[in-house]
Design a binder for this molecule. Structure first.
Ligand SMILES: Nc1ncnc2c1ncn2[C@@H]1O[C@H](COP(=O)(O)OP(=O)(O)OP(=O)(O)O)[C@@H](O)[C@H]1O
Length: 508
């Protein structure tokens, strides 16, 4: 007869706590579970928590949840040691609590490993804490045959914890902000790393994700490359218990290529590699990204919407067959890594216009992430502009003067641009704005007549052969649409309000 190992009073909360392990940490459901576990002890907090092992461990809710889990586990462990047969439901909950506790106990050691790899300075001792981790896990699990892990499982979970921690840090490190739109983006990225079902991921999907292409779309300057890095650097990398090493260094397994900046031959050479003599200048055999990337790496194809038809066909073939040839070579080589792609173009529109292949598009879009425009990010929360500007000021001015620059920038933006300003250059424009304010004390938002969106409109207008007055009117209407008032339009156009209104209403 299977025996229960949890104290009866602990059981309902133990089940909830075990659920926390499998939640997307950026979703409301995770926060709700924490609330249910802690009841009145739960402390509401702002969703944007600066990453940093110690601070996070001390985060009040987590600390209480860990103490609760440990209390339940110690009691269950004593019963487990004496049990003959263990109830399967209880075994599963017990194992999940062990994951919850051991993962958090070793979090700071994983952090040091990650920071070291990113800084190119491996930490002394490296992954030698594997043995400490294993002993701690065994303390809970090896007391009974039903819960004991095999050496392979111990290695697997060591690698999965590492992946969890990388994903968590990468998503926070790269994407700043606490608005609804940014939280939703973080959650979506987490989904791209682990899928929506982390149990299934842990069971079997963790080494089957290479096949899934991730396509990132969104306006220019909204962080598409950041998202790609966050996903690419958070892939599963197995740990070999025999050699005591991870299969690859995650920080060196991301291969970005901007397709709009290179000629088709160069793109091919970079991605596929070439044989000596394949073209003028090919002096030696060379491996391309598809080869270097290996099973745990990621090739990121930026500006995919701007690729030549010939390259689209070749990439489609790689996606279909998972094979490629070096330029000038006939041997077929396997491609075993992951592909990510990004574009600010509307691909269905490009398909309709005949410049993007439909079959290629359908190979790219199994997993899609959309980055929100800055105006979307700012629309939901008044505090968000402050968070973003502080982040930029720290990068631009350094720690001593970050706060003074942030205060100056926030004040200037509020007074001169107001909340209606649409930030057509998105996050990249906000960065320039803060730099301009640091140097000149002001930002010439009018210069955005040069932004890409406007440049596209000018191209369009040239096609329609507008008169100068029609063009002026079109421009004034656009400024009015962004600013929301004749006063604002007048300010941008540097004319009086009546003239601005005349332009907006048509000056022909
Ligand atoms: N949410 C964010 N948090 C922090 N930095 C951001 C965020 N979004 C964008 N950035 C910053 O904005 C700049 C532009 O980002 P990035 O190059 O990733 O944009 P993109 O969408 O790929 O642009 P493009 O389409 O022009 O290539 C970078 O300096 C990046 O650090």
């Amino acid at each position: 007869m299977p025996q229960k190992i949890f104290v009866r009073d602990h059981w309902p909360l133990a089940q909830k706590l075990a659920e926390v392990v499998y939640c997307n940490p950026f979703e409301e459901s995770r926060w709700q579970l924490e609330r249910e576990c802690l009841g009145e002890d739960y402390q509401e907090r702002y969703r944007y928590v600066a990453p940093g092992g110690a601070e996070e461990l001390l985060a009040p809710n987590l600390k209480k949840l860990l103490a609760m889990a440990l209390e339940f586990m110690e009691a269950a462990r004593s019963k487990l040691a004496k049990a003959r047969q263990v109830d399967e439901g209880e075994r599963v909950v017990y194992e999940n609590l062990v994951h919850f506790v051991v993962y958090h106990e070793f979090m700071q050691k994983y952090d040091r490993l990650i920071e070291g790899a990113l800084a190119g300075k491996p930490v002394p001792g490296g992954v030698s804490f594997f043995y400490e981790y294993r002993d701690r896990q065994r303390y809970f699990l090896s007391v009974h045959a039903a819960t004991r892990f095999s050496p392979e499982q111990e290695g697997l979970y060591f690698a999965l914890y590492f992946q969890l921690r990388r994903a968590w840090l990468n998503i926070y490190r790269y994407l700043v902000g606490g608005s609804e739109a940014i939280c939703a983006l973080r959650s979506r990225i987490w989904g791209s790393c682990f899928t929506h079902d982390m149990r299934r991921y842990q069971r079997s999907l963790y080494n089957r994700m290479s096949d899934i292409v991730t396509l990132i779309t969104g306006p220019s300057g909204t962080g598409k490359e950041l998202v790609a890095r966050a996903v690419g650097m958070s892939r599963f990398v197995p740990f070999d218990i025999k050699t005591g090493r991870f299969a690859v260094d995650f920080s060196e397994a991301f291969y970005p290529l901007n397709l709009s900046a290179l000629s088709p031959t160069l793109i091919e050479s970079e991605l596929f590699g070439h044989r000596k003599g394949a073209f003028t200048g090919a002096l030696q055999d060379r491996e391309g990204y598809f080869e270097k990337c290996g099973a745990f790496g990621t090739v990121f194809l930026d500006e995919i919407g701007e690729t030549d038809a010939s390259i689209q066909v070749k990439l489609l073939r790689v996606l279909q067959t998972r094979q490629f040839q070096r330029l000038g070579d006939t041997a077929l080589r396997p491609f075993v890594g992951k592909i990510m792609a990004a574009t600010n173009r509307d691909l269905p529109d490009e398909i309709a216009a005949g410049s993007f292949r439909e079959d290629f598009y359908f190979r790219l879009c199994a997993d899609r992430i959309r980055t929100p425009s800055l105006s979307e990010v700012l629309s939901g929360s008044g505090a968000e502009i402050g968070t973003l500007v502080r982040h930029i000021a720290l990068k631009v001015a350094g720690p001593v003067d970050a706060e003074s620059l942030a205060e100056e920038s926030i004040g200037w933006i509020k007074q001169n641009l107001g909340s209606a300003y649409q930030w057509p250059g998105n996050f990249r424009e906000l960065e320039q704005c803060v730099r301009n304010i640091m140097i000149h004390g002001r930002y010439e938002a009018e210069d955005l007549g040069l932004s890409r969106v406007d440049a596209d409109r000018v191209k369009e207008a040239a096609g329609e052969k507008l008169t100068a007055n029609q063009l002026l009117s079109r421009y004034a209407q656009e400024i009015y649409r962004r600013g929301g008032s004749y006063e604002e339009t007048a300010r941008v156009l540097q004319v009086d309000r009546r003239t601005a209104k005349r332009y907006v209403l048509g000056v022909d």
